[in-house]
Design a protein around this ligand. Sequence first.
Ligand SMILES: Cc1ncc(COP(=O)(O)O)c(C=O)c1O
Length: 359
Amino acid sequence: MPRIFNFSAGPAMLPAEVLARAGDEMLDWHGTGMSVMEMSHRGKEFIAIAAEAEQDLRDLLAVPENYKVLFLQGGATLQFAQVPMNLLGGKNKADYVLTGEWSKKAIKEAKAYCDVHVAASSEDRRFTYFPPQGAFNVRSDAAYLHYCSNETIGGVEAHWVPESPVPLVADASSHFLSRPLEVSKFGLLYAGAQKNVGPAGLAIVIVREDLLGRAQKGTPSVMDYKLQAETDSMLNTPATYAIYVAGLVFKWLKALGGVAEIERRNIAKAKRLYDFLDGSSFFANAVAREDRSRMNVPFTLKNPALDESFLKGAAERGMVQLKGHRSVGGMRASIYNAMPPEGVQRLVEYMAEFERAHG
Ligand SMILES: Cc1ncc(COP(=O)(O)O)c(C=O)c1O
């Protein structure tokens, strides 16, 4: 059966080459006679797999020496709590940028740990833009400033990094590795794996070393960044298979030219879809042009009564998971790194056909 074009926001498509290689190595990894899934995380084989994955990720993003790369569990959602637990460092204040559903969730979680001040917000225009730097009002005594650099549901991406007087923390889950990133501008950034990195069950944290060792009393050991950093993310059994597949994805990305090349491809894919939307009087995207996400493209049909018919026709043409998030409705095409340009092309052709029939 041919591969389907899966526009899910995550878990999402993985590169076919990566899946094929994982398949080839499923029963016997490099002559060991076992699957990576069956290996001890303390054995030399898996330690080498994890170390290589970390090095490849460091190479891809040019992660500076004074940053630790952690492979953790609990998804990006656990980071909503783990960040305040580790970074407040005795302070009682943290600032947050409110730009949509994911930053809202991060704020809600942080409120259990500290006084949260919303330093900038786009709620006034229903989360359809990213606030300009001039709109930021960050408290100088806050422990950190948190923002979501790509709002997966709203389809709003910060295409620049905010200036902050306090350590900057980003939830980069849904555009991690889709473009170059200046790690040194951040105190910490994190991403759930199931979009551009690999299987669900893995979260990546990149944290500046001087922010380690501040966990509040009572923080569970597995949630203490310092303890995880000291044990190479193996304080307990890590998500071994997810780390292995992530490592294959990093190698795939390196081989095709790294994040600069994938950014070039992602710009072209997103442009194809947005150009179509802008030229259509039947489909619409509500996000400010300069803040549109290259990864998640929400759109609506002029007549929502046709939503189901649109989705049915898409599935018949080998395109699935185009339904928008339940909180906003409409449609959403997530076009992560592994979505081939042909998938976007097929979607645009189908949208044009649908518009001709119903517009
Ligand atoms: C931007 C963002 N943050 C956080 C999450 C939550 O991730 P997880 O389900 O891995 O906890 C998601 C999930 O889609 C997301 O898109």
